[in-house]
Design a protein around this ligand. Structure first.
Ligand code: NDP
Length: 473
């Protein structure tokens, strides 16, 4: 039998769809899954792609079915399963074979896995994939970390299966070792912030203006034709317009308000903190999901503090809805600026030389945060390397307009007791960032007062202590 071009381990939601995508692009793919029945069920249901798929019951069979040197994609649950699978695979592979971990790995694990390989072990590539089930099947965004040599060998199949934005594949080598998984992690952090801000605007429209789910859906649908145009706004409109078949109510109204998280958002916030980069929109979004999980406590708290969330009656309703649109855009710009600042810092810290414009480009299609807005980000990085996107001319113009609307949105929500944690974090970040004279002089004085940490002066070079002993320190 003709051998496969590539192997794939893990036929869950992502792996099965990725295998079909690979086969559809004309490659032969050998597949293996821990639970053997799934492998055969998958093969049976592969329709006209069946002939390009080789189902394997064992790892030995899988390895024997792929033409050497073998690229093998791991698309399984992240964490320990990946270590177990690598351990089982390694003795079966040769030096030139490539193991590609395509799951949502923590980039520290990717670096550790790479460092633990001996000189005659197979090559290891850490690859972030975004786009969910649909993306995996018809074109995801692919963020690769590894050597150029390994990438050159696997890039034909990766670029073939990747999403295309105006014909350009959304796939790139972003740097060595953990670079691909790091960028995927930050992608997910930005995704958390984007989704949270959308949910906050939904909350204002629902609880502040009293709009029904379908009416809010229509607002989002209209916004999707403007500067907010993106996959997340598009699906938000669709979700809000959907009806629950059992009750006839809006589907979103029968869903428990408690959001799940698998870890990538939290990792983003942790990495931002470790690098000393403010990513308050992402942090607020992660915290909001944690707060959402405290449903029972929130129910008790609502009884203890019943006055929260009063209805809004803006003088000009249409204008307020326009402010919500512009405010959301401004919040989104701040969150993306933070995410890109985290990547810029990581790039320096780990000497990855991350191509920020390319990252924006490969996120324009296929992934969950895809939007035309990323085109503007890519152009901003092409034109120079702004310290922060907020300093790029294209964004200065947008933020000047959008921040006024964001201020209206955040202040109106605050006065009405409507929670907007990510939007308010974005606004405070913007206001702090554009304030040349901040308030940390007082923090430094306090630190010196209780801990003799010293401070710098505005008017002289050197390290100083304050006159605290004169006033009873
Ligand atoms: P699923 O839960 O659908 O599938 C999990 C897969 O992992 C199955 O093939 C399962 O095999 C296998 N697996 C689980 N534990 C082990 C183990 N101990 N040893 C070997 N195989 C194991 O997950 P997804 O397809 O959704 O996700 C796969 C990876 O892709 C994860 O890292 C996920 O974070 C990432 N990802 C997911 C996205 C999504 O939208 N779902 C998007 C982007 C990335 P078995 O059938 O035997 O249980």
């Amino acid at each position: 039998m003709e051998k496969a071009d590539i192997g794939l381990i893990g036929l869950g939601v992502m792996g099965a769809n990725l295998a079909l995508n690979i086969a559809e692009k004309g490659y032969r793919v050998a597949v293996y899954n821990r639970t053997t029945e799934k492998t055969h069920e998958f093969h049976e249901n592969a329709g006209e792609l069946k002939d390009r798929i080789i189902p394997c019951d064992t790892l030995e069979q899988l390895v024997g079915s792929i033409r050497a040197p073998r690229p093998i994609i791991l698309m399984i649950k992240a964490g320990d399963p990946v270590d177990q699978e690598i351990k089982a695979l390694k003795p079966l592979l040769m030096r030139d074979d490539i193991i590609i971990d395509a799951g949502n790995a923590n980039f520290h694990d990717t670096v550790r896995r790479l460092n633990s390989l001996a000189a005659d072990d197979p090559t290891f590539v850490g690859m972030g994939v975004s786009g969910g089930e649909e993306g995996a099947r018809h074109g995801p965004s692919i963020m690769v970390g590894g050597t150029k040599e390994a990438y050159d060998r696997i890039s034909p199949v990766l670029t073939a299966i990747a999403a295309k934005y105006q014909g350009e594949p959304c796939c790139a080598l972003l740097g060595p070792d953990g670079a691909g998984h790091f960028v995927k992690t930050i992608h997910n952090g930005i995704e958390y912030a984007d989704m949270q801000m959308i949910a906050e605007i939904y909350g204002i429209l629902r609880d502040g203006l009293g709009l029904s789910a379908p009416a809010i859906g229509s607002v989002f649908s209209k916004w999707n034709d403007g500067p907010l145009n993106s996959y997340l706004i598009e699906i938000t409109a669709k979700v809000l317009l959907a009806v629950d078949p059992d009750t006839g109510k809006a589907a979103v109204d029968v869903i428990l308000d408690s959001a799940g998280q698998k870890g990538t958002g939290r990792w983003s916030a942790i990495e931002a903190q470790m690098l000393g980069v403010p990513a308050t929109g992402i942090e607020a979004a992660v915290a909001a999901r944690s707060l959402s999980a405290l449903k029972a406590e929130r129910q008790v708290a609502e009884k203890a503090y019943p006055s929260g969330g009063t209805a809004l009656s803006p003088e000009d309703r249409a204008r307020f809805i326009d402010d919500l649109e512009q405010g959301l855009l401004a919040g989104k710009i701040a969150a993306y600026a933070q995410g890109f600042a985290v990547m810029a810092a990581a790039s320096k810290e780990y000497q990855w030389d991350l191509p920020l414009a390319t990252i924006a480009r490969i996120w324009r299609a296929g992934c969950i945060i895809r939007s035309q807005f990323l085109d503007v980000i890519a152009e901003a990085f092409d034109k120079g390397s702004p310290e922060n996107l907020l300093l790029a001319p294209a964004f200065i113009e947008r933020m000047t307009k959008g921040s006024a609307a964001l201020r209206t949105v955040v202040s109106t929500a605050a006065l009405s007791g409507l929670p907007v944690p990510a939007l308010s974090a974005a606004l405070s970040y913007f206001d702090s960032y554009r304030q040349a004279r901040g308030t940390a002089n007082l923090i430094q004085a306090q630190r010196d007062f209780f801990g003799a940490h010293g401070f710098k002066r505005l008017d002289r070079e050197g390290d100083f202590h304050g006159p605290w002993s004169d006033i009873g320190a």
